[in-house]
Design a protein around this ligand. Structure first.
Ligand SMILES: Nc1ncnc2c1ncn2[C@@H]1O[C@H](COP(=O)(O)OP(=O)(O)O)[C@@H](O)[C@H]1O
Ligand SMILES: O=P(O)(O)O[C@H]1O[C@H](CO)[C@@H](O[C@H]2O[C@H](CO)[C@@H](O)[C@H](O)[C@H]2O)[C@H](O)[C@H]1O
Length: 452
């Protein structure tokens, strides 16, 4: 029998219209240290609360804006983040990892403030809230038609926090709480919902979600079935490499799975009527310029890399642009019951939402996965290029068997997308994991030589 937590009513803490008086100092220091904070390479010049809701007693839901605009005439820049904060009178030893600090002034003065997602009690109440459609202030909790969501499941926060934070409930459900919020529908809700409607079994279908109406409509979190005993492709690939084993059979099936998802996406969403390689090539060149500005190590390679984009602009055929995954790599695929599943349809986290929801070449996803085989092969000393090459061949062959066209035959397209993806990775690593920068830089050197 399962027990369900009683959902307490939300009550008003007086004075919360001045939240920064209590929280500003704490958050300014804590926020930039979080794995999911996107602006680590720029100072936070201002912090403002865009919305604050008491979700249940002792748990505050906040959207905060971290401003990075330089003083003077610089263009405004910054990001909005979702926080769930627990406030307690006492500092709790078992929540020490989640401790943010003690509010010094304002309505929360003297209270201990936590990242509430680490608190099992708050996580239980969040699931209860999701099981019961309804509203709390600007927050809307919704369930998929016919969804049956069990209660009383034990929560655990996934240790490997990535771009977002995910809570697993009793190995049955997983709730992804988006951290960086952009106005509009998040593709990680929109796409799996549309694919589920197509009957595509490669993607876990959302069962509930929550969103806000303020300051603008935006998706905040998605609850999906958890695939127990699943292993992600990155872990499996590294395991194979460590054991000196081939990964070609798995890569072949992964190619088929990718094509299945692409075919379902092409049915669920409109596709392009004609190729726009010139426009894509220009956008890639702009991204290269921006990346070289942000990461000086890229600069010597710019002329060589541009060659790949010039060749794309001259290309007159290719698969039609359609909705794609947008950030496909080995960490986004799970193997369970001897099948591959695809997760995390958010796209590249640093891109604007409109761009992530736009139609793009399916070659982009293929290129993302090929880059990932290279990343994996470079984790071993000595480097195993032949391992990555075999994965590459097998993955493309598996893709071709299902999709009806072979990515290996689209040389110019594939090269341009691999280059663009490697440029993205250079910026990502420089920002989040500088020690990994040599991995995409090695690809940049190779791709620039090829194009120069
Ligand atoms: N449906 C699922 N079943 C099992 N594990 C999952 C599921 N969805 C996500 N995960 C696990 O959670 C991790 C983070 O999920 P992901 O959607 O990639 O989040 P992020 O956007 O933070 O990278 C994945 O690497 C995977 O290990
Ligand atoms: O957080 P997400 O999974 O949405 O994606 C971001 O982080 C990824 C790293 O966690 C990053 O992927 C890069 O590193 C992977 C190995 O850790 C490698 O398999 C990928 O090929 C490589 O791109 C991803 O780019 C980023 O968007």
């Amino acid at each position: 029998m399962t027990k369900t937590a009683a959902l307490p009513r939300s009550t008003a803490i007086t004075g919360l219209d001045r939240p920064l008086a209590s929280l500003g100092g704490l958050l300014r220091e804590w926020l930039p240290r979080q794995r999911w904070f996107a602006g680590k390479d720029r100072p936070v010049t201002d912090l403002s609360v865009l919305s604050l809701t008491e979700l249940f007693p002792g748990c505050l839901h906040l959207l905060v804006h971290a401003d990075h605009s330089p003083g003077g005439d610089g263009a405004p820049s910054g990001d909005c983040y979702q926080l769930l904060l627990g406030v307690r009178e006492q500092r709790m030893p078992r929540l020490e990892r989640a401790y943010i600090g003690r509010a010094e002034e304002g309505p929360l003065a003297g209270l201990a403030v936590y990242d509430a997602l680490h608190d099992p009690h708050a996580a239980e109440l969040l699931l209860e809230r999701l099981r019961m459609p309804g509203t709390v202030g600007p927050l809307r909790f919704e369930t998929a038609p016919g969804a049956r969501i069990p209660g009383g499941l034990t929560p655990r926060l996934l240790a490997a926090e990535q771009s977002n934070s995910s809570l697993v409930y009793g190995d049955s459900l997983i709730l992804k709480v988006f951290r960086r919020i952009q106005p509009g529908v998040n593709p990680d809700l929109e796409v799996p919902e549309a694919l589920a409607a197509q009957g595509c079994a490669r993607v876990p279908a959302p069962v509930a979600w929550f969103r806000t109406t303020e300051p603008s409509p935006a998706t905040l979190g998605v609850l999906q079935p958890f695939l127990p005993d699943a292993a992600d492709g990155w872990t499996l690939a590294l395991r194979a490499l460590a054991a000196g084993e081939d990964f070609a059979t798995e890569a072949h099936e992964l190619g088929r799975a990718t094509a299945d998802v692409h075919l379902a996406l092409a049915t669920a969403f409109p596709s392009a009527v004609r190729d726009e390689h010139g426009r894509t090539a220009r956008a890639m060149s702009v991204r290269l310029e921006e990346a070289a500005h942000a990461v000086p190590a890229l600069r010597p390679y710019v002329p060589g890399l541009r060659g790949a984009f010039d060749a794309l602009a001259r290309c007159d055929a290719g698969p039609r642009a359609q909705r794609i995954h947008g950030d496909l790599h080995l960490g986004q695929v799970l193997r369970a019951d001897r099948e591959w599943f695809v997760i995390d349809f958010e796209g590249e986290p640093s891109r604007p939402l409109a761009e992530r929801r736009s139609i793009q070449s399916p070659v982009r996803d293929v290129a993302g996965m090929l880059r990932s085989f290279d990343y994996a092969a470079r984790q071993r000393r000595p480097w195993r290029p032949e391992w990555a090459l075999r994965c590459r061949e097998a993955y493309c062959a598996g893709y071709a068997a299902r999709a009806g066209w072979d990515p290996r035959k689209k040389h110019a397209l594939l090269r341009a997308h691999e280059t663009d993806r490697a440029v993205y990775e250079v910026v990502y690593e420089a920002r989040h994991r500088p020690a990994w920068l040599p991995v995409p830089m090695a690809a940049i050197e190779r791709l620039a030589r090829w194009g120069g």
